[in-house]
Ligand binder design. Sequence first.
Ligand code: LMR
Length: 396
Amino acid sequence: MFEKIELAPADPILGLNEAFRADPREGKVNLGVGVYKDEVGDTPVLHCVKQAEARLLADEQTKSYLGIDGHAQFRSLVQPLLLGADHAVLIEGRARTVQAPGGTGALRIAGDFVKGNTEVRRVWISNPSWANHRQIFEVCGFEVREYRYYDKAERALDFDGMLADLDTLGPEDLVVLHGCCHNPTGIDPSGSQWDRLAQSAKARGWLPLFDFAYQGFATDVEQDAAGLRQFAAQLDELLIANSFSKNFGLYNERIGAMTVIAGDGASADRALSQVKRVVRANYSNPPSHGAAVVATILGDTALKALWLEELGQMRERIHAMRHAFVAGLATEGVAGDFSFIERQNGMFSFSGLSPVQVKAMQEEFGIYIVGSGRINVAGLTEQNLPLIIKAIAAVS
Ligand code: LMR
């Protein structure tokens, strides 16, 4: 029966890694997948992680299974990081968190949970959105639709369009919101816009799911959570899928979490019991190491301070490269106003390059970016920037 199976297309983001590895050219540059690189192009293990791992290696007593919901200390430390320690939701005991295999795993757990336990039938993602969103929720069995998000002409948020679309939804709809550093546009709602979106969810009854993969990459870990915290303050129910791949540099440990907020503690407990069924049926219980690293760091004042410092350094380097990128394009005489690149948040720049230009950058210069024109600014270095600018000038 396998001979009838059709060949699946390569993944638009991770598939680029395979093409990049197979490219024999020296000086090729991978600006596809959202992975942070330092000034010499390495993706190092953070010092706080190395220190936590040394402790874990010395102290680890067992490799026995974790619970279905994962590492207990990790789970209790994730909630205040997301919501702030004094958030009413935590004081009222309305949040339950399960460890998840990365942000993707958290989204899948959320999707399966909602599909099996609520009246939600449609999932709404932004246009554009992270390339994997549609696939995850379609595999969960939802119809996936798009709400307006990006104003191409203004290179800004189409807030009126977004709100108009969300204001037509109701309890059969789940809306995926990017908590900060929208992927791929780098454009986030303002404080008052988040507030208005939360009012829409409350008035219309649609269920929000925050995809929160870049906490700390826009301004800092507290301010980046402002939209999420406003939603949690105004609504009884919401879901959060968060990732520690980027902000702890723990990409291949696959560590994230899925948090359910319910109207009261008893409802939250019942929801958690169903989430645990989803986990048990998918992979039984999660691996330990990434969660133990995050828990060790968040649970130790000195290690947490070191983490925040290292996260700040990553954020600052990305800001500096955005600045150098814009300055370099102007110096090279590339026509157009590229100041929008400096206004975007997070790892990515939505460059406006067309699929034809993206292809030419890859074929002629060995520069790999996502087909949507999304550039991983966190992969720019002083060394590779001149080639990238030259390539953009050539294809423009
Ligand atoms: C990205 O958007 O590049 C990252 O979230 C990595 C991924 O899994 O696609």
